[in-house]
Design a protein around this ligand. Structure first.
Ligand SMILES: [Zn+2]
Length: 365
């Protein structure tokens, strides 16, 4: 996510703070200072740090649940309305999606209930005065955790409730239709929140704008998948591209770079099977430190996935959104490379579909 600062790394996940979260913290500290001076500001800051820890634990609830299904989480971003864990992929099974979505709020529910049990009581009317240092710190933290549970279960993206809604819908109408419906419900809810926000609470208005944008982004993702519907990898792939042989040197790679507008150069073995991929950046980085006689294969990335020409690109769209996955190999039955599927290629398919929705891509693979 843009406008985020990395503050640390826990179990392979980068923890980032979004700039709006910092503004939100500053606003709370500032209003406490205005009300009660330095002592109040200090108390509020401590409260914020503890609350921040609860939000991190919430996110690690999602991350731990996702890990159970073999999904890694490269980063988590903290926003004023909670956090967003960027899972490597979404769980494909709606039941798994439901468990992952609920695991975050469940953490806050446990923290909130544990604090209430320890304190013996909680006054939910105090939510209005959550920044009032006259209330006990742990009491406020208990209320804040319950608030996090309720707030995150609002059925709109990017709140967890949006995922819960999506999972429940997907069980009935399938994933694609569920995304459309959930995005629409999310935007309608954002309008509702914004309307309420106009009558007093500016924070609600701010949240509404945020939800509206996030729900729209989900809808766009869904529209992109819609535009790619029915198109196979064999139809969307690039077929005219320059390959590098496994024993080609860096000078050869530079020649290829200059001669083409290509971004990704597959390195193939003697049988025409892909051994790795060298990108434009990889070549530029390599020439900084190495001579032309160095084998180009020393700089290739491995782990690029192969797909068959018949694979629907709709299912590959998400995989190509990963910043590290710049391309996919399209290979025939013998494992020989026959094409290259790139983000740019998918973008072109979408543009043609936008211009002519009925266009048929019946190319021979
Ligand atoms: Zn969450």
């Amino acid at each position: 996510m843009r406008w985020s600062i990395t503050i640390g790394r826990i179990a392979g996940t980068a923890v980032k703070i979004h700039i709006t979260f910092i503004l939100f913290l500053a606003w709370i500290a500032f209003s406490a200072w205005n009300r009660g001076g330095a002592a109040a500001a200090l108390d509020s800051t401590l409260f914020i740090v503890l609350l921040f820890a609860c939000v991190v634990l919430h996110e690690f609830g999602h991350i731990a649940a996702a890990r159970r299904y073999g999904i890694k989480t490269p980063e988590v971003t903290l926003l004023p309305i909670g956090g967003v864990a960027s899972l490597q992929r979404l769980p494909s099974e709606p039941a798994q999606e439901l468990v992952v979505a609920l695991a975050g709020p469940a953490v806050n529910l446990v923290i909130g209930l544990a604090l209430i049990a320890a304190l013996g009581s909680a006054h939910f009317g105090d939510l209005e005065r959550i920044d009032d240092p006259k209330l006990s710190l742990l009491g406020r933290l208990a209320i804040a955790n319950v608030f996090l549970v309720v707030f995150n279960l609002i059925p709109a993206f990017p709140m967890d409730g949006g995922r819960v809604l999506h999972a429940l819908l997907a069980m009935r109408v399938g994933a694609a239709r569920a995304t459309e419906i959930a995005a629409r419900i999310g935007q309608a809810l954002a309008f509702g929140l914004g309307f309420l926000g106009l009558f007093g609470n500016p924070l609600l208005l701010f949240i509404a704008i945020f939800v509206y944008i996030a729900a729209g982004a989900e809808g766009q993702m869904s529209a992109a998948q819609q535009a790619l519907k029915g198109v196979s990898a064999g139809e969307a792939m690039e077929t005219r591209f320059t390959k590098l042989a496994i024993d080609d040197n860096l000078a050869h790679a530079v020649d290829a770079l200059l001669a083409t507008a290509q971004n990704e150069f597959p390195v193939v073995d003697a049988f025409g099977k892909p051994a790795g991929l060298v990108t434009r950046e990889d070549i530029l980085t390599a020439v900084r430190q190495h001579g032309g006689e160095e084998p180009a294969s020393n700089f290739m990335r491995s782990g690029v996935q192969s797909v068959r020409p018949a694979t629907p690109v709709e299912s590959l769209f998400e995989r190509l959104q990963d910043p590290k996955a710049t391309a996919l190999y399209v290979t025939d039955a013998d494992g020989k490379i026959v094409g290259l599927l790139t983000r740019q290629g998918l973008g072109e398919v979408m543009m043609i579909r936008a211009a002519r929705p009925d266009w048929r891509f019946d190319r021979k693979a």
